[in-house]
Design a protein around this ligand. Structure first.
Ligand SMILES: *Cc1c(COP(=O)(O)O)cnc(C)c1O
Length: 389
């Protein structure tokens, strides 16, 4: 504890992961040892587990405006992205081998694209503007007769920018190209209706929405048009043969409950986040100058702030601020610090990528937390700047 009586370290990295909501945990508990059957077994224990899984599937489908048989359970958004992209690419390779994505995707999309390029596919990486938005006209121009897939994330995990998904869906549908969106960050925070938005494949993750880690789902459209996938994981033929492996029943229950809570309480939390975001920026800007916001000012996630701190290395700040958990967006490979590919793609100097940090808050974040973090950040920024100048 400290002067402001907040519990430290203050967690401000909800874009990286969220704690399991106690109500979600409560719902999951019976499925570990009381109702423990294998959902694929043909006896009473199995039927009970199967019934539970199908209820969870319906719940998630209804949130997305989808049919229950269009939801495939996976181990998370990474696997969902792999299944969607490898699955379409391999299934439709005789139709064409050109695939499109954006430069600011999560590595779980970008690295799949790179792998497909190594295997002979041709990929286009669309640029973004200084707010992180893909220009729909760029997308339209990049579609060719041999294009089979467009994968563009709904909301970005580093800068919070929300893409013009509706327009992208319109364009892909007009051109008869499948549209996959990584909605790991957006699901739960914004309304996503796959029918209205012309989405063909959509990835979600449990641990980004106060559900458990190691569970996710992929929405796969089954009509107008049906999307066929080549599986990535083979075995017992679970999930209509698209994802073999015994279903993690408690995690599936947790994912569905987390999705339901996020939908039911969206407005309430949105208000909380807007207040915290405003407060944090006010406090920080009052004691530090040379701060520039990354990402879109309005078309964005409310619980994310990414900003550039002039003249300060984000890494130095992270090392000094042990009592606040936030992210620099950089990937630390063994040899060197690789600055964020997202910030680099916004078109600024390399320095902006090295000097940007992300803070993201959640349901548990209080105004005292925000005040503590803003004060600590301001102190350390001013200290580091004095060292340099
Ligand atoms: C967290 C995240 C992922 C990875 O999800 P996992 O469930 O951890 O595999 C993919 N994409 C985005 C945008 C994310 O934020």
């Amino acid at each position: 504890m400290n002067a402001l009586s907040v519990k430290t370290p203050v967690y401000l990295d909800y874009n990286a992961t969220t704690p399991v909501d106690p109500r979600v945990l409560e719902r999951m508990l019976p499925y570990f040892s009381d109702i423990f059957g294998n959902a694929a077994s043909d006896h009473e224990h199995g039927h009970e587990a199967h019934q539970t899984v199908e209820e969870a599937r319906s719940q998630i489908a209804s949130i997305l405006g989808a049919r229950p048989d269009e939801i495939i359970f996976t181990s998370g958004a990474t696997e969902s992205n792999n299944l969607a992209i490898f699955g379409v690419a391999q299934r439709y390779q005789t139709k064409g081998q050109h695939i499109i994505t954006s430069m600011i995707e999560h590595p779980a999309v970008l690295d799949v694209y790179k792998r497909l390029e190594a295997l002979g596919w041709e990929a286009t990486y669309l640029p973004v503007d200084s707010y992180g938005l893909v220009d729909p006209d760029d997308l339209r121009k990049s579609i060719r007769p041999d294009t089979i897939l467009v994968s563009i994330m709904t909301a970005n995990n580093e800068i919070g920018t929300i893409q013009n998904i509706r327009e992208i869906g319109k364009i892909t549908r007009e051109h008869g190209v499948f549209f996959h969106t990584d909605a790991a960050q957006a699901f739960g925070s914004i309304d996503l209706h796959v029918e209205e938005l012309n989405i063909d494949l959509l990835s979600i993750s449990g641990h980004k929405i106060y559900g458990p880690k190691g569970i996710g789902a992929l929405y796969v459209r089954r009509s107008r048009p049906a999307v066929l996938l080549q599986p990535v994981i083979y075995g017992g033929g679970h999930e209509r043969g698209l994802r073999s492996g015994t279903i993690n029943v408690p995690a599936v229950v947790g994912l569905a409950e987390a999705g339901k809570l996020a939908k039911d309480e969206r407005e309430q939390w949105l208000e909380h986040f807007v207040t915290l975001r405003q407060k944090f920026l006010e406090l920080l800007m009052a004691s530090v100058d040379g701060i520039e916001i990354n990402g879109h000012p309005e078309q964005r996630l409310a619980h994310n702030i990414n900003f550039y701190i002039e003249g300060v290395e984000a890494r130095s700040l992270l090392v000094r601020l042990k009592d606040v958990s936030f992210s620099t967006g950089s990937a630390c490979t063994s040899a060197k610090v690789e600055p964020s590919h997202v910030i680099k793609a916004l078109g600024f100097q390399e320095e902006r990528a090295h000097g940007s940090i992300r803070i993201s808050f959640g349901r548990q974040t209080t105004e005292a937390d925000i005040k503590y973090a803003a004060t600590r950040l301001a102190n350390e920024i001013n200290y580091l700047r004095r060292l340099v100048y």
